[in-house]
Write a protein that binds this ligand. Structure first.
Ligand code: OOG
Ligand code: MG
Length: 262
């Protein structure tokens, strides 16, 4: 059995992202890594990435919170990772696809957290009370692994495939709309690619948020005031290539879009 070298794995994943090149999944070499160890690797990678990119943490993302995504990726468990400031992309500024490996895009709901949330008995109501706004969002994921294929351990260590995210400008109070059933239509280059409802996210995005808060609580972590949290893709992700424009239209939340150049 090969001794697990965290530093080596962290550098391996960090440079795969920086140089936009895909790598073999880490469980090929280290099949015995546990899920807890994968979160330790994720932490180490994030600390290293903050320094390397001179950036800061601005929120979190939940992943694999819908059956569509779990089935698509063959991983049947939700996960969480972190969002850094340099991952924020803007609707008005086309993304450079050549800086990414094999990007895919997914429709998300963003939560703007207005109070620290930490504990082990966090309810959906607690999350709702601590959310100032919800907003339409897109996440551009870009697994560093070859062919976008991985196990639960691999994807957690790779900060859950995080690459970029976009938040639309139509902010709504979670008390003014039914967050549990927001319809959405995702189109690419004018053609409808995916449709769905926020109910696909563990039945209700607030349920996914409470699940993550309670898991974070067990690890003495939580959501922080000012965080932006993505609650997980509502539908399958679709590929994103140079020249593409993707628009997601949400009921009561308006649209969010991104274009991709070379
Ligand atoms: C893992 C990340 C999944 C989501 O919203 O479900 C994710 C992946 O599919 O690469 O971000
Ligand atoms: Mg996502």
């Amino acid at each position: 059995m090969k001794t697990i070298d965290n530093k080596d794995i962290i550098e391996y994943l960090l440079y795969a992202e920086r140089d936009a090149h895909e790598v073999s999944k880490i469980t090929n070499e280290y099949p015995e890594i546990t899920i807890e160890e994968a979160y330790v690797l994720q932490d180490g990678l994030l600390q290293r990435r903050l320094k390397e990119n001179n950036t800061k943490t601005i929120g979190m993302k939940l992943g694999l919170t819908s059956t569509a995504k779990q089935e698509m990726m063959g991983v049947k468990q939700p996960i969480y990772g972190y969002l850094h400031k340099d991952m924020l992309a803007y609707e008005w500024e086309p993304l450079s696809c050549s800086e990414l490996i094999h990007p895919k895009i997914e429709p998300e709901i963003a939560f703007f957290i207005s109070e620290d949330i930490q504990g082990e008995n966090i309810t959906e109501e607690d999350i709702s009370q601590a959310t100032k706004y919800v907003a339409p969002a897109l996440e551009i994921i870009d697994s560093r692994y070859k062919d976008f294929r991985f196990t639960l351990v691999d994807v957690v260590a790779d900060n859950c495939s995080s690459a970029k995210f976009v938040v639309g400008s139509n902010l709504q109070s979670p008390h003014s709309i039914d967050v549990g059933n927001i319809g959405m239509v995702m189109s690419k280059n004018g053609k409808v690619e995916q449709t769905g409802s926020s109910a696909a996210v563990l039945g209700h995005p607030l349920k996914a948020m409470a699940w993550a808060a309670n898991l974070l609580g067990k690890r003495d972590k939580g959501f922080k005031k000012g965080d932006i949290v993505l609650s997980g893709a509502i539908s399958e992700a679709i590929s994103l290539e140079a020249g593409d424009k993707v628009v997601v239209d949400f009921d009561n939340l308006g649209t969010v879009s991104i274009s991709c150049t070379d």
